[in-house]
Design a protein around this ligand. Sequence first.
Ligand code: CTP
Length: 418
Amino acid sequence: MAEQSREGAPVVVLGVCGGIAAYKAVELCRLLSDAGCYVAPVLTEAATRFIAPLTFSALAAEPAQLSLYGEQHPSPHTRLGQMADLVVIAPATQNFLARLASGQVDDLLTATVAATRAQLIVAPAMHTEMWEQASTQAAIALLKSRGVLVVDPEAGRLAGGDTGFGRLAEPAVIATAALSQLHLRNGGTRDLEGCSVLITAGGTREAIDPVRYLSNRSSGKQGYALADAAVARGATVTLITAARLALSPLTRAATTVIEVESAAEMAEAVYSAAPSADVVVMAAAIADYRPVAIATKKMTKDLGVPALQLEETEDVLAGVVARRRAGQVIVGFAAETHDVLNRGNAKLKRKGCDLLVVNDVAQPEVGFDHETNAVTILGSDGLTTTVDLSSKAIVAHSVFDRVTRLQSTSVRERTLSD
Ligand code: CTP
C-alpha cells in the first residue's frame, strides 16, 4: 500500500467493474496516486474475477474494498461516499450503468455512489453492440442529465479479438478528467484552455571540451512545475528544457518536449517555437557566458591550467521580446542574491517583458534545486505579487494567475478600442 496520509490530499474513490478493461484501472490508480490523490479502490464482485484486489491495495492509499459487509466500520455503506471528493468508475460496464441509472443500491460500489455528494465520473467500456444499445444510450443520457461526467470510450481492439467503438479511454485521459475536476473543485479554472504556452527550464551547459562544461545550479524543477500548472489549467505546452527531469504522465500527454543543452540550442528552439505561443515563460537559467572556442580534445593537465576565454551568449528573452506578436504575454525570471527588488524592477524594464518573477536565492529553501520557492512577481502593469515560501506548484499557479489577468485586461482593452 502506498504510504500516504489523507491530510490535504483529495480523496478519489476508484470504482472498478467486471470487464477485461479492469486491468487498465490499475494504471489509472497509479496515475491518480502519483498525482497526490488519496485513492480508495472499490471493486465489484465481477471485477475480482478479472483482477486481484491486492494489485490495487498495493498501489492505493487504502486496501481495496469489495463488500458491504467486509469492513470493520460502523457504517461501511456510507464511509467512502461521504469522504470522497470525487468518485471515478472505470471501467463502467453496461450492467453497472443500467443499475446506476435506475438507482439500485445492492453492493458497496452502488451504495458508495448513493451516499456521496462528490462529482461522479464514469468511463464506460464494452463491446460496440452493447454500447450502441438503446438502453445503454438512454442510461448515459440520463446520467449526463443528472450531472455525471462521462469519459467516452474509444475505438480500438476489444475483448475476443473484435475491433470497434467501446474500448475504455486511455488511463491518462480519465486521470486528466479526474484531476481537472479536482482542480475546479478547489476553485481553480481551466482558464488556459486553447492557449499555447512555451516554457523554458533548466540550466544550460556550455561545453569547454568533450568532458567539461560551464553551467549553473538551476535544477529545472520550477520550469517543470510551470508545465504541470499550465496543463492543469487546460493549456497545450511546449517545454524547451536543459534539465532531464521526468514529467508526470498527465503533463507529458499535453506537452511537446524539446531537449537542448547550450544557450545557442536554447535560442534556436525558442525562436522557432515562440511565434505560435500565446504565452512564453522563460524559467531557464540560460548561461550568460560561454567559452569562445570548444577544445576538440580533452584538455589534459600536462597542457597546464587552461586560460578560459569567455564571450557573452545571446539574450534570448530580449530576442523574444523584440519578435513579440500582438497579444503575446512574455514572462522572465531572475535569480538574484542582493538588492533583489531594485535589481528586479530595473531588469523588468530593461528586458521589456510583461512579468518578471524574481527570487532571492541567498535565502534558505528558495529556488535552485529546492522543492520550494519564494518569489515576487513584478508586472509592467504596476502590480506586484509576493508569494511566500511555498511549493513550486503554488508559485507556478501564482505566475499563471498573473498571466491570465494580463490576458483578460488586454482582451478588455481591445474590446473597448473596437
Ligand atoms: N535569459 C536569456 N538569455 C540569456 C540569459 C538570461 O533569455 N542569455 C533570460 C532568463 O531565462 C531569465 C531572464 O533572462 O528569464 C533573466 O535572466 P538573468 O540571468 O537574471 O538576466 P541577465 O540579463 O543575465 O542579468 P544579470 O546581469 O543579473 O545576470
